[in-house]
Design a binder for this molecule. Sequence first.
Ligand code: SAM
Length: 236
Amino acid sequence: MQIEIATLFPEMCEAVLSESILGRARAAGAITVHCHNIRDYTLDKHRRVDDKPFGGGMGMVMQAEPIYRCWQAVCEQLGTRPHTVYLSPQGTPFTQQRAAELAAMPCLFLLCGHYEGVDQRVLDRIVDEEISIGDYVLTGGELPALVLTDAVARMCSGVLPAAIAFEEESLYDGLLEYPQYTRPEIWEGEAVPEVLLSGHHLKIAQWHRAESLRVTREKRPDLYAAWQQSADAPEE
Ligand code: SAM
């Protein structure tokens, strides 16, 4: 999996992408992530990449040309046209299922907007889909691109120790995960559920499943109702 991030703030992205699990996965070659500075592709002698919106209005708009030139350069380097995503509050809400679908693609190009957004003409030319990370507006697309990269990368082989690591987690099968506990066995008078200390694998698996259903029902009744309609739910 290769992810190409086009941004005005590559250092901001690199700071996150070089740490922890993603940093190690990149160093080991399990995923490839490059950050491209859109400003490197402007033809303006003052390295400007934005201008006032036609028709008036607040703020600045990112110009089409530097973004298009950046995208073309990446296409040339790759020798193919990557699946191109514009991170936008107007996009389709991001989900675990979409993360899994994107993880199966060979290459993604993630465009981070800033200021008031991006000239519509370049979006119309290069973008395959717009993705939102939630119904709120952020100052830029960098954090959304990093959220997407993290969610996608951890489903790529070699990033987590084993596929089981994400397959057992919240949302993978439409349910939330059961509660987790670690040492000590008793903390501030509160004991760990006894079954988890039993070493009885079947009973532990049954407890995990029952707790997963309880937590989903209590915290996300919408997810629980959807799960009940799904093929995974046992027949009544
Ligand atoms: N004027 C735009 C609008 O009303 O749709 C919002 C622009 S926002 C201030 C600047 C950039 O942040 C956007 O171009 C987009 O890349 C990114 N962004 C902001 N909120 C986002 C969200 N919820 N999901 C994904 N990207 C977001």
